[in-house]
Ligand binder design. Sequence first.
Ligand code: AMP
Length: 185
Amino acid sequence: MARRILLLGPPGAGKGTQATLISSALHVPHISTGEMLRAAVAARTDLGKQAESVMAAGELVSDELVVAIVDERLAQEDARCGYLLDGFPRNVAQADALNDSVVNAIGTVVLLNVDAEEVIARMMHRAEEEGRADDNEEAIRRRLEVYSADTIPLVTFYGSAVLDVDGMGSVDAVFSRIMIALARS
Ligand code: AMP
Protein backbone atom coordinates (compact mmCIF):
# COMPACT_ATOMS: atom_id res chain seq x y z
CA MET A 1 0.00 0.00 0.00
CA ALA A 2 1.28 3.45 -0.85
CA ARG A 3 2.18 5.37 2.27
CA ARG A 4 1.71 9.08 2.00
CA ILE A 5 3.02 10.57 5.18
CA LEU A 6 3.39 14.13 6.36
CA LEU A 7 5.95 14.90 9.04
CA LEU A 8 4.77 17.91 11.02
CA GLY A 9 6.44 19.78 13.86
CA PRO A 10 7.96 23.12 14.79
CA PRO A 11 11.14 24.35 13.14
CA GLY A 12 14.05 22.70 14.94
CA ALA A 13 12.01 19.64 15.96
CA GLY A 14 14.37 17.36 14.07
CA LYS A 15 12.07 16.73 11.10
CA GLY A 16 14.91 16.61 8.56
CA THR A 17 16.92 14.09 10.59
CA GLN A 18 13.91 11.87 11.29
CA ALA A 19 12.64 12.15 7.72
CA THR A 20 15.92 10.76 6.38
CA LEU A 21 15.64 7.75 8.70
CA ILE A 22 11.94 7.13 8.04
CA SER A 23 12.33 7.42 4.30
CA SER A 24 15.07 4.79 4.18
CA ALA A 25 13.19 2.48 6.56
CA LEU A 26 9.97 2.68 4.53
CA HIS A 27 11.56 3.00 1.09
CA VAL A 28 9.69 6.16 0.19
CA PRO A 29 11.29 9.38 -1.06
CA HIS A 30 11.84 12.19 1.43
CA ILE A 31 10.42 15.35 -0.09
CA SER A 32 11.46 18.50 1.74
CA THR A 33 10.33 21.85 0.37
CA GLY A 34 12.89 23.59 2.59
CA GLU A 35 15.68 21.51 0.98
CA MET A 36 14.34 22.14 -2.52
CA LEU A 37 14.13 25.87 -1.86
CA ARG A 38 17.64 26.01 -0.33
CA ALA A 39 18.96 24.18 -3.42
CA ALA A 40 17.20 26.73 -5.66
CA VAL A 41 18.75 29.59 -3.67
CA ALA A 42 22.22 28.02 -3.94
CA ALA A 43 21.78 27.47 -7.69
CA ARG A 44 20.60 31.09 -8.17
CA THR A 45 17.54 30.01 -10.16
CA ASP A 46 14.62 32.43 -10.63
CA LEU A 47 12.73 30.57 -7.92
CA GLY A 48 15.76 30.79 -5.62
CA LYS A 49 16.11 34.52 -6.19
CA GLN A 50 12.44 35.04 -5.34
CA ALA A 51 12.60 32.86 -2.24
CA GLU A 52 15.92 33.93 -0.72
CA SER A 53 15.01 37.03 1.27
CA VAL A 54 11.63 35.59 2.31
CA MET A 55 13.34 32.51 3.73
CA ALA A 56 16.08 34.49 5.47
CA ALA A 57 13.37 36.50 7.26
CA GLY A 58 11.61 33.33 8.45
CA GLU A 59 8.48 34.02 6.43
CA LEU A 60 6.71 31.57 4.14
CA VAL A 61 7.41 31.54 0.42
CA SER A 62 4.21 32.08 -1.60
CA ASP A 63 1.81 29.16 -1.80
CA GLU A 64 1.79 29.44 -5.57
CA LEU A 65 5.55 28.88 -5.89
CA VAL A 66 5.68 26.09 -3.35
CA VAL A 67 2.63 24.23 -4.67
CA ALA A 68 4.16 24.35 -8.16
CA ILE A 69 7.47 22.78 -7.07
CA VAL A 70 5.67 20.11 -5.05
CA ASP A 71 3.32 19.27 -7.93
CA GLU A 72 6.32 18.79 -10.18
CA ARG A 73 8.12 16.64 -7.61
CA LEU A 74 5.12 14.43 -6.84
CA ALA A 75 4.64 13.75 -10.54
CA GLN A 76 8.00 11.96 -10.64
CA GLU A 77 8.08 8.20 -10.89
CA ASP A 78 9.59 7.53 -7.45
CA ALA A 79 6.67 9.24 -5.70
CA ARG A 80 4.05 6.91 -7.19
CA CYS A 81 4.32 4.37 -4.40
CA GLY A 82 4.24 6.85 -1.56
CA TYR A 83 6.38 9.55 -0.03
CA LEU A 84 7.28 11.38 3.12
CA LEU A 85 6.56 15.09 3.00
CA ASP A 86 8.62 17.34 5.26
CA GLY A 87 7.75 21.04 5.43
CA PHE A 88 4.79 20.87 3.06
CA PRO A 89 1.90 21.56 3.44
CA ARG A 90 2.75 24.42 5.75
CA ASN A 91 -0.70 26.01 5.94
CA VAL A 92 -4.32 25.14 5.21
CA ALA A 93 -4.25 26.66 1.70
CA GLN A 94 -1.38 24.34 0.74
CA ALA A 95 -3.17 21.36 2.32
CA ASP A 96 -6.26 22.20 0.28
CA ALA A 97 -4.17 22.33 -2.87
CA LEU A 98 -2.71 18.90 -2.08
CA ASN A 99 -6.14 17.46 -1.27
CA ASP A 100 -7.50 18.66 -4.58
CA SER A 101 -5.48 15.97 -6.22
CA VAL A 102 -6.97 12.78 -4.80
CA VAL A 103 -3.94 10.63 -5.63
CA ASN A 104 -1.81 12.80 -3.40
CA ALA A 105 -4.02 12.86 -0.32
CA ILE A 106 -2.07 12.43 2.90
CA GLY A 107 -2.84 9.18 4.75
CA THR A 108 -0.90 9.70 7.96
CA VAL A 109 0.47 12.74 9.75
CA VAL A 110 3.29 12.32 12.26
CA LEU A 111 3.29 15.27 14.64
CA LEU A 112 6.60 15.70 16.46
CA ASN A 113 6.06 17.46 19.78
CA VAL A 114 9.10 19.30 21.11
CA ASP A 115 9.26 21.97 23.85
CA ALA A 116 9.75 25.55 22.65
CA GLU A 117 13.00 25.94 24.63
CA GLU A 118 14.38 22.78 23.12
CA VAL A 119 13.63 23.83 19.52
CA ILE A 120 15.33 27.19 20.07
CA ALA A 121 18.39 25.43 21.53
CA ARG A 122 18.49 22.99 18.58
CA MET A 123 18.23 25.79 16.03
CA MET A 124 20.98 27.82 17.70
CA HIS A 125 23.15 24.70 17.67
CA ARG A 126 22.35 24.14 13.98
CA ALA A 127 23.29 27.77 13.28
CA GLU A 128 26.79 27.03 14.57
CA GLU A 129 27.08 23.74 12.69
CA GLU A 130 25.45 24.52 9.34
CA GLY A 131 25.24 28.30 9.17
CA ARG A 132 21.70 28.34 7.78
CA ALA A 133 20.70 31.90 6.85
CA ASP A 134 17.43 31.60 8.78
CA ASP A 135 18.94 30.21 11.98
CA ASN A 136 19.42 33.59 13.67
CA GLU A 137 17.45 34.82 16.66
CA GLU A 138 15.10 37.11 14.76
CA ALA A 139 14.27 34.60 12.01
CA ILE A 140 13.89 31.77 14.53
CA ARG A 141 11.35 33.80 16.49
CA ARG A 142 9.45 34.58 13.31
CA ARG A 143 9.49 30.94 12.13
CA LEU A 144 8.02 29.84 15.46
CA GLU A 145 5.27 32.49 15.17
CA VAL A 146 4.51 31.39 11.61
CA TYR A 147 4.39 27.76 12.78
CA SER A 148 1.83 28.60 15.50
CA ALA A 149 -0.32 30.81 13.30
CA ASP A 150 -0.23 28.97 9.97
CA THR A 151 0.94 25.39 10.48
CA ILE A 152 -0.67 24.31 13.78
CA PRO A 153 -4.16 24.60 12.20
CA LEU A 154 -3.18 21.57 10.08
CA VAL A 155 -3.54 19.40 13.20
CA THR A 156 -7.28 20.13 13.15
CA PHE A 157 -7.36 19.91 9.36
CA TYR A 158 -5.98 16.35 9.36
CA GLY A 159 -7.90 15.32 12.50
CA SER A 160 -7.81 11.58 13.17
CA ALA A 161 -4.96 11.03 10.69
CA VAL A 162 -2.57 12.72 13.16
CA LEU A 163 -0.24 10.55 15.25
CA ASP A 164 1.19 12.45 18.22
CA VAL A 165 4.82 11.55 18.85
CA ASP A 166 7.06 12.79 21.64
CA GLY A 167 9.99 14.43 19.84
CA MET A 168 12.15 14.97 22.95
CA GLY A 169 15.23 12.83 23.57
CA SER A 170 17.80 11.17 21.35
CA VAL A 171 17.47 10.74 17.58
CA ASP A 172 17.18 6.97 18.04
CA ALA A 173 14.54 7.22 20.75
CA VAL A 174 12.40 9.56 18.67
CA PHE A 175 12.85 7.41 15.57
CA SER A 176 11.66 4.27 17.33
CA ARG A 177 8.62 6.10 18.71
CA ILE A 178 7.75 7.21 15.18
CA MET A 179 8.12 3.71 13.74
CA ILE A 180 5.97 2.22 16.52
CA ALA A 181 3.26 4.85 15.94
CA LEU A 182 3.33 4.21 12.18
CA ALA A 183 3.17 0.44 12.63
CA ARG A 184 0.06 0.82 14.81
CA SER A 185 -1.69 3.19 12.41
P1 AMP B 1 12.31 24.23 6.48
O1 AMP B 1 13.61 23.67 6.02
O2 AMP B 1 11.14 23.31 6.23
O3 AMP B 1 12.35 24.74 7.89
O4 AMP B 1 12.01 25.51 5.57
C1 AMP B 1 12.88 26.63 5.55
C2 AMP B 1 12.17 27.82 4.95
O5 AMP B 1 11.77 27.53 3.60
C3 AMP B 1 10.87 28.23 5.64
O6 AMP B 1 11.09 29.05 6.76
C4 AMP B 1 10.15 28.95 4.51
O7 AMP B 1 10.70 30.24 4.29
C5 AMP B 1 10.50 28.09 3.31
N1 AMP B 1 9.53 27.00 3.13
C6 AMP B 1 9.76 25.65 3.25
N2 AMP B 1 8.65 24.96 3.00
C7 AMP B 1 7.69 25.87 2.72
C8 AMP B 1 6.31 25.79 2.39
N3 AMP B 1 5.67 24.60 2.32
N4 AMP B 1 5.64 26.94 2.15
C9 AMP B 1 6.24 28.13 2.22
N5 AMP B 1 7.53 28.29 2.53
C10 AMP B 1 8.25 27.18 2.78
